[in-house]
Ligand binder design. Structure first.
Ligand code: MG
Length: 259
């Protein structure tokens, strides 16, 4: 016991002497913040007039306003040496309607990151069901499909229902209203990024349907094929395209903003 006390006393003395020998350390001072230290004034964001009702924002590229399809062309690959054909769909009462069997359409302009507004209306259900009822699709960058389908009491595989990222992600909820009513998509798209070695950053999408978030920052696994697994193939900016899947789906109020 005496030995232990002696050891403790010696240790304490040594520590005390050692402590006295250390130079006095200056404690680092926290930075002196003022409110202004974390504020900046440039660049000033451009002023954009928000759209009211069905009107697009002032800086949007209007892709269809009910009058003409001049921003669109056929998705069909043209014959060698010839130009791409005009968009083969029709305009009826200010709506752009699919002409079944005529093929898809795509924008003449190419896009990357974007905000897209598009409205669609399914044709009468008749005797069609599942994937055959009101099928079309919004293809971001000609490659990645947000499914367009009649969602009014129309069971099908959920990763292929309306609002799905086709065969990758079912919507969080079914926000479709009724057959024959206009449905509104607002889509926020972050394009995938590639370098010479391939994929650097996958695509990400948020989809709002009729004001309800149905895809929340979903990270895509690649393209959206009918058969097989998704893969990425490097690309740059590409057109927005709309699918002809054999039914007379109508579209209106299509506008896009580059981000
Ligand atoms: Mg489709």
């Amino acid at each position: 016991m005496k030995k232990l006390v002696a050891v403790l006393v010696i240790s304490a003395c040594t520590a005390s002497v050692f402590a006295q020998q250390q130079p006095v350390q200056q404690q680092p001072q926290p930075p002196r913040w003022s409110p202004a230290s974390t504020e900046w004034y440039t660049p000033v964001p451009p002023k954009v007039q928000p759209g009211v009702g069905a009107k697009p924002p002032s800086d949007a590229i209007v892709l269809f306003d009910g009058t003409d399809m001049s921003k669109w062309e056929s998705s069909k690959t043209p014959e060698r040496g010839s130009r791409r054909e005009a968009a083969p769909w029709k305009i009826v009462n200010g709506e752009m309607r699919i002409v079944p069997g005529s093929g898809g359409i795509q924008t003449k302009e190419y896009f990357g990151d974007c905000q897209l507004h598009i409205e669609f209306k399914s044709p009468p259900a008749e005797n069609y069901n599942g994937q055959n009822r009101g099928n079309s699709g919004v293809f971001l960058q000609n490659t990645y499909e947000v499914q367009v389908l009649d969602g009014d009491n129309n069971p099908t595989y959920v990763n292929g229902m309306v609002g799905s990222i086709y065969k990758q992600s079912a919507p969080l909820v079914n926000a479709y209203t009724k057959n024959g009513e206009w449905q509104v998509y607002d889509i926020y798209w972050k394009a995938p990024k590639f370098d010479s070695n391939g994929l650097v950053e996958p695509a990400m999408i948020t989809v709002v349907m009729n004001g309800i978030v149905i895809q929340n920052n979903f990270i895509l696994k690649g393209d959206t094929p009918y058969t097989g697994l998704p893969t990425y193939t490097p690309h740059g900016r590409l057109p927005l395209s709309l699918q002809d899947h054999g039914t007379e789906v109508a579209f209106r109020n299509i506008w896009i903003r580059n981000l």
